[in-house]
Write a protein that binds this ligand. Structure first.
Ligand SMILES: [Zn+2]
Length: 69
C-alpha cells in the first residue's frame, strides 16, 4: 500500500484573509492588500483594550451640562 503524501513545500500556508495560497514575500498573506487588511483588524482590536476606559476628558462631562442661562 502506498500512502499519498500531501505536503506542499513552501506554499502550504494559505492567506487567512481570503484563503488564497500565501505569497512568500507577504506571508502568511497572499498579497500586500490582505496583509494591510489584517493589520487594520489587529489595530482596531488593539485600540479597544478591555478594562481601560477611553481617555475622554471633558467631552463626556460637557454633555451632562444642560445649556441653561
Ligand atoms: Zn489574501
Amino acid at each position: 500500500m502506498q500512502r499519498k503524501k500531501d505536503d506542499t513545500p513552501g506554499t502550504a500556508r494559505r492567506c487567512p484573509i481570503c484563503g488564497e495560497p500565501a505569497s512568500f514575500a507577504e506571508r502568511p498573506f497572499c498579497s500586500r492588500r490582505c496583509a494591510e487588511i489584517d493589520l487594520h483588524r489587529w489595530l482596531s482590536d488593539a485600540y479597544r483594550v478591555p478594562g481601560q476606559a477611553a481617555p475622554s476628558d471633558g467631552a463626556e462631562t460637557a454633555q451632562h451640562k444642560p445649556e441653561q442661562k
